[in-house]
Design a protein around this ligand. Structure first.
Ligand code: 4NP
Length: 161
C-alpha cells in the first residue's frame, strides 16, 4: 500500500484578498469535513502585490464565517516562478488573471493552467466562465462568489477524490 499523492492546486485572482482565498478556504474546509484533507495541497495567491502579507478582505472573511469557514489565517502572497513547478494546477478566477499567469509561465513549468470555472465544468452550466470580482461591489457579490466556489469545490472533490 502506498499513499495516494495529493493534488496540489493554486488559486489565483488579482489581489488575493477576495476570490482566491474563498476558493482555497472553502475547498480546504469541505475536504476536511469529508476526512479528505490529505488529498489536497492548497494555496492561493495574487497577480498584484498591493496586499502582500495582509489577511483576506474583511467581507470575504465575514461571508466565509457566516457559512462556517474560517479564512482569518490566510495571508496574501504574489504569484511566483516556483509556483509553475510546484503545483499540479493553477486555476485563474478570470480571463485577465489567466492571461497574466500565461505570460509569466516558464517553458518548462509543469502546472496545468486553466480558468477555475471551466476546469470545474461550470462555465458551460453557468453560461459564464469568470468569477466576478466583488471588490468594488456590495455584500451580495461576496455571497455570489461564495456560492460559486462552494459549488466548484464540491466538483473539485469529486474530480480528485
Ligand atoms: P480579488 O479582488 O482579485 O478577488 O482579490 C481584488 C482585490 C483588490 C484589488 C482588486 C481586486 N485591488 O485593486 O486592490
Amino acid at each position: 500500500m502506498h499513499a495516494v499523492q495529493p493534488t496540489s492546486i493554486l488559486f489565483v485572482c488579482l489581489g488575493n484578498i477576495c476570490r482566491s482565498p474563498l476558493a482555497e478556504g472553502v475547498l480546504r474546509h469541505k475536504a476536511a469535513e469529508l476526512g479528505l484533507q490529505d488529498r489536497f495541497v492548497l494555496d492561493s495567491c495574487g497577480i498584484g502585490k498591493w496586499h502582500v502579507g495582509n489577511p483576506p478582505d474583511r467581507r470575504s472573511i465575514d461571508i466565509a464565517r457566516h457559512h462556517g469557514v474560517d479564512l482569518s489565517d490566510l495571508r496574501v502572497r504574489q504569484l511566483g516562478l516556483d509556483d509553475f513547478y510546484g503545483y499540479d494546477f493553477i486555476l485563474a478566477m478570470d480571463r485577465s488573471n489567466l492571461a497574466d499567469i500565461r505570460s509569466a509561465q516558464p517553458r518548462d513549468g509543469r502546472a496545468e493552467i486553466a480558468l477555475y470555472l471551466d476546469y470545474c465544468g461550470l462555465g458551460s452550466r453557468l453560461g459564464f466562465n469568470e468569477v466576478p470580482d466583488p471588490y468594488y461591489g456590495g455584500a451580495n457579490g461576496f455571497e455570489d462568489v461564495f456560492q460559486m466556489v462552494s459549488f466548484a469545490s464540491d466538483i473539485l472533490i469529486q474530480k480528485h477524490c
